[in-house]
Every structure is written in structure tokens, then in C-alpha cells.
Write a protein of this length. Structure first.
Lengths: 361, 126
């Protein structure tokens, strides 16, 4: 099956992007250089086409009940226009996806990972039962652009009917761009301040052109990956998968046991009880500039295998080789000296606190 | 650098064979594909290297690639400057960005290497 293309496909090609397949889509991995694009986001502002992310809307009287049933976080305590991160788990606690939930006056929305969209839509339909829910997948009718960086809000000043600088972090607002409805959300996946803009397909190119004219630098999946790695945000398929639960991934803050029952609750309660027995997600700083890649073995100092790298790269802001991975819990504490086998070269590494990078407030 | 004098591997290494010595580097195309070179691993001087085997590796932010050996022999010299600062390769891949010099074993095989014409034809087909 041919990959899907976002409404910005031709725009990316015209701006000399290198296109790669990602989650069933053809996406730009870089325009000029991963390091330059990464640096633009940390120092000014970059824009990412994130139209491949799944955008689902929920209407009907049963929408809240459905979200509460499938989601680890608590939607009932969310304010209107608030955005919250949480997980969708199986009964056994394994992670089906990590998603953002939006609360509107008129209903709910969810942003899911591109590669999990079909799976999550099917899962929601299966769990829905007799609940009164109108679930709509709006992914193919809309585009989504992320504008990220310390200057992102300034660069977007005056573009929308509403003023996004008034938005609090993890809040979103339905507004208008050039007379057309859109949503502006103060969220992102880079560790920087910024916006994610959801807009009709027809206006995507105009929006991208205007952002470019205002000085926002186009950035691809390559920079998105190094940015989220520095910010220690999990990437589904790497730090999260169906055999990994959110507790061992260090995401217990997004699992709310005090709310009503939800799918996976019992398993996650057990996981918290047994957290001393399961592999835990950790951050590693490696010696030298060589990157540890997914699958590299993590060893104790004396050489016994204790875990595996899930993501790793040389990262531009910290100018270091860093990695995330899972290790046996007795090694999962900051300061522990470990070894990573990088294609046969045993490389010294140290467990460090996450995130690796945190922006100045 | 007269690129017509060089021989090429399909994997984008160039070989400058002069007498019993061969200088090895990577092509402009390889540099354009890599963009952000972060690390370069070269063999020790005196190490035997052979055709079909990697002599080292080059790494960008996104991925790591083997550097393949164009001719068999022993490593006579390596470019310490590029090993320390791989950005030199990006700036001048055919000059200051050379990687190693190989002292050829007697009667080296070179039939597997491409001419500039053949290499460029391969790029065009890619």
C-alpha cells in the first residue's frame, strides 16, 4: 500500500526536504541538517509537519465515559480547553499508545501516534459498546503544524483571531486563521515552549508559507527525534510498546489510580507493587561521541547483560552521546556506572536523571 | 582534485591509486547524504585491510555507515585531523578530508572499482 501524504508533501519537496516513510506516511526527515534544525528550535523557532499524527474527535453523552474507560489519566478533572497526556493500555498493562486528550465545551478530542491510529480507532470502537459516542477520525481532513522554540509564540503573534500568548501551557483554543476555523494548542514534543496548530487541509500551505516568511525554520523528523530525546520524552515503538507498561516507563504520574476503573488498572496497581522487579526506563550519558542505537546491549561493569537501549543519539544541544533504555531495577539509579556495547565496542556510560535537557523557565 | 583520475566503490568511497599507495576518502554524494557527521572511526596504522571488508565507520546524527575498503593492503597512514574533527570531510571530501593511505599488497585487484563515468551513471540510476 502506498504511503499517505500530508497536504504539505509538495511543500516539503519544494523546500528540498529528504522524504522518508514513517508510520505509513511519507514525511520530511530533514531539510538542511539535523543539527541546524535542532539548534533553530532550541534558540529561535522551528516548524514541523505533524499532520501524520492521528486526530480523533468524540461527541455524544458517553464520550467522557469512553475516555475514562480506556485512558490512564483522569479526564473528569480536566478544565475546558485543557490538554492532558496519558496512556491507553491493555488489560495486562501493556501500552497500546500514548496520547493527548483535549476537553472542549462541546466534546473531546484525542491526538494519537500515526503508526497506532488504526489500532486505536479499532480499540475505541470495540470498547464503546452501547455508549452514546460519535467517534470521528479527522486525520485525513486536517493538517497539523507544530511551531516550537523560545520564540515560537512571538513569531506567531497576530496570526490568529485569538492571542496564543494568553494560552497557558497544555491548554488549547479553538480560533480562526484567515477566516477559517482552527485549533491552537500550547503543547509540543521538543522540550520547548510552542504551539501545535490544527487546520483544514486547504490552508496548510498558506500557513507554512506564512510561518516561513516570519522566520520559523522548517525542521524534520530527524530534529524532532533528537529534540524529544534530549527532553526524555518517550517515543512509541521505542520506549513504549504493548509489552511495556507505563509504570516501568516512568510515567506513573500519568496513571491515576484514584479515578474510576479503567482498562489495565489492576495490572498497573500490581506493576507499582512490583516496581522493584521490573526493568525500568533510564537515561544514559555515554563517553565519547559514538551513538548507542536501539538494540545495543547494556551491561553491568563486570560484563553481565542487564538491559537494552531503546533510543540513542549524539545530541546537538548537549553535544553528547545520550541514550534511553530499560535495565534491571537495581541498576536504575542516577550515578550508576554501566557499559553499552556499541557494535562490539564496550563504551562506558553513566545513569543520569531524566530529562537530559530542561528549558530555562 | 581531478576526479576522473580516481576509482570508486558503489558504496561511495573514492580511491586514488598512485604506485603502491592508495588514498581513500568518501565522495561528495556520500557527504551530501550524511550531512551531520558526528563521529569517524579509522583503523590503526599497520592494520591489514581487505577488499569487501569495512576499514572503519562514519556516523551521522541519524545513522552509522561502514567505510568499505577499495584495495587490499595495510594501513600506512591515517588522517588524524579528520578523526578528531570529522567536519573537515564535509568541507573538503576529496582533499583535506582524505581518511587513510593503504600500502597495496603486490598485484592489487582493481577491476571491481568503478570509473568516474560508471560511478556517476550509478548515481543517476539511483
Amino acid at each position: 500500500m502506498a504511503n499517505l501524504r500530508t497536504p504539505l508533501f509538495d511543500w516539503h519537496v519544494a523546500h528540498k526536504a529528504r522524504m522518508v516513510p514513517f508510520g505509513g506516511w511519507d514525511m520530511p526527515v530533514q531539510y538542511t541538517s539535523v543539527i541546524d534544525e535542532h539548534t533553530a528550535v532550541r534558540s529561535g523557532a522551528g516548524m514541523f509537519d505533524v499532520s501524520h499524527m492521528g486526530r480523533l474527535s468524540f461527541g455524544g453523552a458517553g464520550a467522557l465515559d469512553l475516555i475514562q474507560m480506556v485512558w490512564t489519566n483522569n479526564a473528569a478533572t480536566m478544565k475546558e480547553m485543557q490538554v492532558r497526556y496519558g496512556l491507553i493500555c491493555k488489560e495486562d498493562g501493556g501500552t497500546l499508545d500514548d496520547v493527548l486528550v483535549y476537553r472542549w465545551s462541546y466534546g473531546w478530542a484525542m491526538v494519537v501516534n500515526a503508526s497506532n491510529r488504526d489500532k486505536i480507532v479499532a480499540w475505541l470502537k470495540k470498547q464503546m459498546g452501547p455508549l452514546d459516542v460519535q467517534l470521528q477520525d479527522q486525520t485525513l481532513d486536517t493538517a497539523m503544524l507544530a511551531v516550537q522554540g523560545p520564540k515560537a509564540i512571538d513569531f506567531c503573534a497576530g496570526m490568529f483571531d485569538a492571542d496564543p500568548s494568553k494560552l497557558k501551557y497544555y491548554f488549547a483554543l479553538p480560533t480562526r486563521y484567515k477566516g477559517s476555523n482552527c485549533v491552537v494548542s500550547r503543547t509540543g514534543y521538543t522540550g520547548e515552549d510552542g504551539l501545535e496548530i490544527m487546520i483544514k487541509n486547504e490552508l496548510a500551505v498558506e500557513l507554512a508559507d506564512e510561518l516561513l516568511a516570519r522566520g520559523v525554520v522548517p525542521a524534520g523528523l530527524g530534529a524532532r527525534d533528537t529534540l524529544r530525546l534530549e527532553a526524555a520524552m518517550p517515543l512509541y515503538g521505542h520506549e513504549l510498546n504493548e509489552s511495556m507498561n507505563p509504570v516501568q516507563a516512568g510515567l506513573s504520574w500519568a496513571v491515576k489510580m484514584e479515578k474510576e476503573d479503567f482498562i489495565g488498572r489492576q495490572a498497573l496497581c500490581d506493576a507499582i507493587q512490583n516496581s522493584g522487579k521490573q526493568p525500568q526506563r533510564i537515561g544514559l550519558e555515554l563517553e565519547g561521541k559514538r551513538a548507542a542505537r536501539e538494540g545495543c546491549q547494556i551491561q553491568a561493569i563486570e560484563g553481565s547483560p542487564i538491559g537494552t537501549v531503546t533510543s540513542g543519539s549524539y545530541v546537538p544541544t548537549l553535544e553528547k552521546s545520550i541514550a534511553m533504555g530499560y535495565v534491571q531495577p537495581s541498576f536504575a539509579h542516577a550515578g550508576a556506572s554501566l557499559i553499552v556495547d556499541i557494535r562490539g565496542t564496550l563504551t562506558a556510560a553513566k545513569v543520569v536523571d531524566l530529562p537530559f535537557y530542561k528549558r530555562a523557565k | 582534485m581531478d576526479k576522473t583520475r580516481l576509482k570508486y566503490l558503489p558504496s561511495h568511497e573514492w580511491a586514488d591509486i598512485q604506485g603502491d599507495t592508495c588514498i581513500v576518502g568518501i565522495t561528495q554524494y556520500a557527504v551530501d547524504q550524511l550531512t551531520d557527521v558526528t563521529h569517524l572511526q579509522l583503523p590503526a596504522v599497520g592494520k591489514a585491510v581487505s577488499v569487501g571488508q569495512p576499514f572503519g565507520e562514519i556516523e551521522s546524527v541519524k545513522a552509522v555507515f561502514d567505510l568499505n575498503t577499495p584495495v587490499s593492503g595495510t594501513v600506512a597512514e591515517k588522517n588524524l585531523a579528520v578523526e578528531k574533527d570529522p567536519s573537515i570531510i564535509t568541507a573538503d571530501p576529496y582533499g583535506k578530508g582524505w581518511m587513510i593511505k593503504i600500502k597495496l599488497t603486490a598485484g592489487p585487484m582493481t577491476e571491481h572499482l568503478l570509473t568516474l563515468n560508471q560511478y556517476e551513471k550509478q548515481l543517476a540510476e539511483h
